[in-house]
Design a protein around this ligand. Structure first.
Ligand SMILES: Cc1cc2nc3c(=O)[nH]c(=O)nc-3n(C[C@H](O)[C@H](O)[C@H](O)COP(=O)(O)OP(=O)(O)OC[C@H]3O[C@@H](n4cnc5c(N)ncnc54)[C@H](O)[C@@H]3O)c2cc1C
Length: 334
């Protein structure tokens, strides 16, 4: 009997490179005869050819791109679609990335099947004998790895926080990607009890935090929301991404998509700058293991200096501005 792992993904939310990482991770962790990995990519627009070509190289046995204009910013059409696909595919496990959007979708789908749901896991252990799944998940600010054993669940539901694609390699094989325009009947415009009155998209976020090799980390020490623009300028210059501590999100300075840490994203840069970041465990557990940490903090005893390779005791914003000037002149003509 085939052991089916269903990976639902959303085109405008999941980075394609993250999906490659996720699939190769699942492929490497689940060693069982007759394993079948099925990827469904849901999209409300035409998936670009370059992405289709990349998908074809993924370690999956079946890849279906489901294009339907009803797949929008609202969870409901995805819940219906994924429920129907689970009923058809009959998977043993449903595993996705850990974006907030897909978590809120899969939580409802798991409830429909009366199954538990393990979220934000960082590792997967599969028992070849019993076919039991267990997951590791950081707890107590990353100080321990909690083991979650899934028992007596007809389908295992989980989301994984996977690091950069570079760490998960796979042998690319050119294969067919099935593109289905309108996959099933019954997906009608939203008709539930909730009415969408208006949509206000906060901002168009194109930060690529999870795959960035250089992250400009910013904390409360930058003092003013206005100073965030220097972090973005520096990130732009270095082809990196901006990541922040939770207080900046709580104060409404920036969207949660930028938050790094226990209740934010887990990143894996090679270089991490920390401007006005205290170095609290809740934040540091999300920065991975960078080869280089450069910290700027006014307090010489700040926690961050304990893990930094280079430390500068100074005002965070002034140093950011100096770095911008220096990099601009060094990178001129590059
Ligand atoms: C359950 C839970 C989950 C959490 N999840 C997260 C999470 O996901 N991510 C996260 O980041 N936090 C998280 N937190 C919060 C976390 O514990 C810390 O409070 C937070 O990371 C601190 O952010 P900060 O370093 O920006 O602020 P602060 O702790 O206020 O530190 C500011 C730093 O800036 C320095 N500074 C001040 N002025 C200047 C200046 N002019 N120039 C340079 N440096 C200056 C200070 O010396 C200080 O070190 C969580 C907390 C809990 C309880």
């Amino acid at each position: 009997m085939e052991h089916v792992i269903f990976v639902p993904a959303i085109y405008h939310i999941d980075e394609i490179s993250q999906l490659a990482s996720l699939l190769s991770f699942i492929d490497s962790r689940i060693a069982v005869k007759d394993k079948k990995i099925v990827l469904y990519l849901y999209s409300n627009r035409k998936v670009e050819d370059k992405d289709i070509n990349y998908l074809k190289t993924f370690p999956a046995n079946q890849i279906v791109v489901s294009e339907n204009e009803l797949f929008s910013d609202w969870e409901w059409p995805y819940i219906e679609a994924i429920t129907q696909h689970i009923n058809t595919i009959k998977p043993h496990a449903v595993i996705s990335t850990s974006s907030d959007f897909i978590k809120s979708i899969l939580a409802r789908v798991a409830a429909r099947f009366s199954c538990g749901f393990a979220v934000d896991c960082t590792d997967l252990i599969f028992d070849e004998g019993t076919h039991n799944y267990s997951f590791l998940k950081p707890a107590y600010a990353g100080n321990i790895n909690a083991k979650i054993l899934v028992k007596n669940s007809s389908i295992v539901f989980a989301t994984l926080k996977i690091k950069n694609v570079a760490e998960c390699s796979f042998e690319a094989v050119d294969k067919k990607v099935e593109i289905v325009e309108s996959l099933f009947e019954g997906l009608k415009p939203f008709s539930g009890k909730i009415k969408i009155i208006e949509k206000n998209l906060a901002q168009n976020i194109d930060n690529k935090l999870e795959s960035a090799k250089i992250v400009i980390g910013v904390g409360r020490g930058i003092k003013d929301k206005e100073n965030l623009k220097y972090a973005f300028e520096l990130a732009n210059l270095l082809n990196g991404a901006v990541g922040v501590t939770r207080p900046l999100v709580d104060m409404g300075w920036i969207d949660k998509e930028y938050q790094i840490g226990q209740s934010g994203k887990v990143v894996s840069p090679q270089i991490y700058f920390a401007f006005g970041v205290s170095g609290a465990a809740h934040h540091i557990c999300g920065i991975g293991s960078p080869k280089l940490i450069i910290a700027v903090n006014k307090n010489k005893d700040a926690q961050i200096f304990k893990i930094a390779h280079y430390g500068i005791v100074a005002d965070a914003t002034s140093v950011m501005k100096s770095f911008i000037k220096a990099f601009k002149s060094r990178l001129k003509g590059c």
